[in-house]
Write a protein that binds this ligand. Structure first.
Ligand SMILES: [Zn+2]
Length: 281
């Protein structure tokens, strides 16, 4: 839960910087222009249909997707695959090339998604951007990873105990791991992320700023409740392709927290509280 600004951890298309570039005509290999179908792009030279299938089987998904993307792209493509969830798509253009860094999730994406990846990289086309985002959202919602090894016990509060109380009272069937996140080096306090829910790891992380005897227990419990609620309420994608974590249903259920009013009141004052506590006014 971030004060003043909602966030969805791993959806980050900010680094994409689409702009139109022109490649020399001789270098254009867009299949739409050459009239070739997708299958033809796999078959080069005199290979038989069976040997084409064998070649496709011998290649790993990244290799196959790289070939498809290069064939779809109207100019030379410099492609790198990675596992970084925070920026699953980034694109930079030089005079003759598109430099694309892409999360491995796209290696097994169906052809319409790969077309969208190229469409977004080349033209910054909004509809393609939506497809790319939706693909990432679907992938990360399903993929599960081990939770990070985080400390539950703080100097003042024990998050494991708080999680168990909230679970017993509100979410008897929900199992999440929980822990204190790393201390932020940010000093400005323009906004504070009190907690987050990592769907990928099924893990709640709480800002260690809240491990403070002057922070009321009901507020910390509210933050834990809010993050656990994310495990119950699925995020949805709106018509513009933006991921909505705080849906109307989420907001309705959030109000069922017993000390909701008190917690929201404290939240309003919290920024000033932490600024004062850290010697800023
Ligand atoms: Zn939230």
């Amino acid at each position: 839960m971030r004060l003043y600004r909602a966030q969805f951890g791993f959806v980050n298309l900010d680094s994409a910087n689409p702009c139109q570039i022109e490649a020399p005509r001789s270098e254009r290999r867009c299949p739409a222009q050459s009239g070739q179908g997708e299958e033809e792009r796999f078959g080069e030279g005199a290979a038989s249909p069976n040997s084409q299938k064998q070649i496709a089987r011998d290649r790993n998904p990244e290799e196959i997707a790289s070939i498809k993307l290069a064939a779809l792209c109207p100019c030379p493509l410099d492609l790198a695959w990675h596992d970084n969830r925070t920026s699953f798509f980034s694109c930079r253009k030089s005079r003759l090339k598109i430099h694309l860094r892409l999360h491995r999730l796209f290696a097994k994406a169906p052809s319409p998604v790969l077309e969208a990846v190229v469409g977004y990289a080349v033209k910054g086309d909004k509809r393609s951007g939506t497809v790319v985002r939706q693909m990432a959202h679907l992938y990360f919602s399903k993929e599960k990873a081990k939770p990070d090894p985080l400390e539950e016990k703080g100097e003042v509060y024990d998050l494991g105990e708080i999680r168990d109380r909230i679970k017993e009272r509100y979410f008897p069937t929900v199992d999440v791991s929980i822990g204190w996140s790393a201390r932020s080096r940010a000093k400005a306090f323009r906004c504070i992320t009190f907690g987050s829910y990592d769907r990928h790891r099924n893990q709640v992380r709480i800002n260690p700023l809240l491990d403070n005897a002057d922070v009321p227990l009901f507020f910390l419990e509210f933050i834990v409740y809010h993050e656990m609620l994310h495990a119950v309420c699925p995020a949805s994608i709106d018509a513009r392709g933006a991921v909505r974590c705080h849906t109307p249903e989420f907001r309705r259920m959030e109000k069922q927290f017993a000390e909701y009013g008190q917690a929201k009141e404290w939240e309003k004052k919290s920024l000033q509280f932490f600024r004062r506590a850290h010697g800023r006014s």
